[in-house]
Design a protein around this ligand. Structure first.
Ligand code: HEM
Length: 564
């Protein structure tokens, strides 16, 4: 995509359209009023309209859903076809697939799309995506992200640009990634998934019990073709990841169901407040409800702060070294020259941001992992064999007692390859980060220029299915990450360059390690005791709104025999 291929500015489009309109009316006069003249005039008008109308409609009238270059779509109408395409993508919640289709139709790796009156450049060339993400500027697209801040403060530090972001990032990235915090996160998952008393572990055991009972029962169960009563993972995964991030933040379990419900409501409300596709009128109500959620979280944060300070005072808690993110925030608030400069509202805002960014994405990545393993029993066997080798425990060991730590997990390359491949196939932030350059931006792949101020989308989904970087891109092939020869190593290198589902550079995801460890611990603990299989068959589709999640699926859970 060169700068010359971008749609013209509105003034130019209006001029073209005006010229086209004049030509349409003038042609019959110039060509005479005979039948041949009329036919020629019609052809001229039609071709001019075909050329100019899509640009005029989008640039000047701001009609939505027309994209340039115009790909084939349902219906040949330049506007209605695109609008229909966009509407069906929104209602089927599969926007990422449509963007992938548009990319193919556009015949370019980078292309422009008009949505909701905004021209957005979709950058999906792996080299360009990495280049844009790695720069301090362009900053994030504030217009798109502002509603997130409405929850508590319009100025969530980690979502802003500039010096305040850098300071906050320096402050918070560390505590999220200390050995102590990561080891604690692994222990929380072990207790929940591996332990019989954990919610996740109890659900697995109960589902396996139902499966066994159904197998013994000649009549069998009517709940699913495989018998038993299939297990649904979405709530289990969300509760698990929410409890991990809550522990990491304040060393306490999630207080109650009200808290869980509130956090669940925050993301859909944010979407509604963004006004995509809800009109502004509806968004106002969403904003009010979002603020109410924010007040609830400020109160929750304040309660934790009061309790922690009381624990400091009576000596029951020593903040040195800091044991969670709250310790770091409080130390900073007490230090007049700290990163927050004593602003409690802002620290509550980041508390809320960590909560919302830190559970949903990881929960869906675990769900996609379970689904993929159900589809590929051979991958279950490989992961389990590797885990048994590395952990060196007899198969009779209870999952909760396994010596799973960040160090032992790091010695499992097959598990790592499966994790990477699942995240590649189903990137939780499928739409990808957005940016708005402060100056003209030259893309490295072909030297094309994106003008300052243009909204840019860096589509994770599209780039992670790029055919050049990932041959056979829709297939689950963990071995692409486990090269055995020189050709494989070269391919793995290209795959690695394109793999940035957590972003890269100064605003990349600080929770990547945490999320990876949660995923791996959950998978090893689950496979240690159970075999997994799909109960209701396919298709399971992706739902793409804010995060990419699978449509509901049921899993048959069968207890493994203790024999190796
Ligand atoms: C599979 C799980 C996850 C994925 C795919 C993911 C992905 C991302 C992406 C793509 C970004 C934006 C990067 C950019 O704008 O260039 C981001 C930012 C962020 N993520 Fe994650 N994330 C995940 C889990 C987590 C977890 C567990 C936490 C909490 C500890 C977290 C906290 C954050 C925060 C605070 C930011 C903003 C960073 C900043 O502004 O400097 N994420 N994440």
């Amino acid at each position: 995509m060169g700068s010359a291929t971008l749609p013209p500015r509105p003034v130019a489009a209006a001029a073209i359209a005006a010229a086209a309109a004049t030509a349409c009316f003038a042609a019959p006069i110039l060509l005479g009023c005979g039948r041949v003249g009329a036919a020629l005039a019609a052809i001229l008008a039609a071709s001019l309209t075909a050329v100019t109308w899509p640009r005029f409609a989008t640039d000047t009238l701001g009609l939505h859903g027309t994209i340039f270059p115009v790909p084939a779509g349902p219906g040949d109408w330049p506007i209605l076809g695109r609008a229909a395409q966009f509407k069906s993508a929104v209602t089927s919640r599969s926007l990422c697939l449509v963007y992938a289709g548009w990319r193919v139709a556009a015949g370019a790796r980078n292309f422009a799309v008009w949505t909701a009156g905004t021209r957005r450049i979709w950058v999906t060339h792996p080299e360009d995506v990495r280049y844009v993400m790695a720069r301090v500027n362009p900053p994030r697209d504030v217009k798109l992200l502002a509603p997130m801040g409405l929850v508590i403060s319009p100025n969530m530090l980690l979502l802003t640009a500039g010096e305040s972001h850098t300071r906050t990032r320096r402050l918070l990235q560390g505590p999220l990634n200390t050995d102590a915090v990561l080891a604690m996160a692994v222990r929380v998952v072990l207790a929940d998934v591996g332990g019989a008393t954990g919610r996740f572990g109890a659900a697995l055991a109960a589902a396996a019990g139902r499966e066994a009972a159904a197998a013994d029962d000649e009549v069998g169960s009517t709940d699913g073709p495989g018998g038993g009563s299939p297990l649904r993972f979405e709530d289990l995964c969300e509760q698990l990841t929410l409890s991990v991030i809550h522990q990491v933040l304040v060393s306490a379990p999630v207080p109650d169901q009200v808290f869980v419900d509130k956090i669940h409501s925050a993301l859909p409300l944010t979407m509604a407040a963004m006004g995509v596709p809800a009109p502004k009128l509806l968004a106002r109500r969403a904003v009010a409800r979002l603020r109410a959620v924010g007040e609830y979280f400020i109160a929750s944060y304040t309660n934790h702060e009061v309790a922690r300070r009381a624990a400091y005072a009576d000596g029951s808690w020593n903040p040195n070294p800091p044991k969670d993110v709250l310790d770091v925030l409080l130390a900073d608030i007490d230090e007049p020259k700290g990163a927050y400069r004593g602003d409690r509202i802002r620290s509550a805002a980041d508390f809320m941001l960590f909560l919302s960014a830190g559970y949903d994405t990881t929960a869906h990545s675990i769900e996609w992992g379970i689904l993929t393993l159900c589809r590929h029993p051979e991958a279950q066997d490989r992961v389990l064999t590797e885990a048994r080798d590395v952990l060196g425990c007899p198969p009779t060991t209870a999952a909760a007692d396994l010596p799973i730590t960040p160090t032992t997990l790091a010695r499992m390359p097959i598990l790592h390859a499966v994790w990477k491949e699942v995240i590649r196939l189903y990137p939780p932030t499928a739409g990808g980060p957005s940016r708005r350059p402060v100056a003209n931006l030259t893309l490295p792949s072909d030297g094309s220029v994106i003008p300052a101020g243009t909204a840019i989308k860096l589509s994770q989904y599209v780039v992670l299915h790029d055919e050049e970087a990932y041959p056979d891109p829709y297939a689950f092939r963990p071995d692409r990450w486990l090269p055995t020869d020189a050709a494989g190593r070269a391919a793995a290198k290209a795959a690695e360059v394109a793999w940035a589902p957590f972003g890269t550079g100064p605003v990349s995801c600080p929770g990547r390690r945490l999320s990876e460890l949660e995923w791996k611990t959950t998978v090893v603990c689950t496979l240690w005791g159970y075999r997994l299989g799909l109960a209701w068959g396919e298709p399971v589709r992706g739902l793409d709104l804010v995060t990419l999640r699978p449509t509901p699926f049921g899993v048959r859970v069968t207890r493994r025999s203790a024999a190796p």
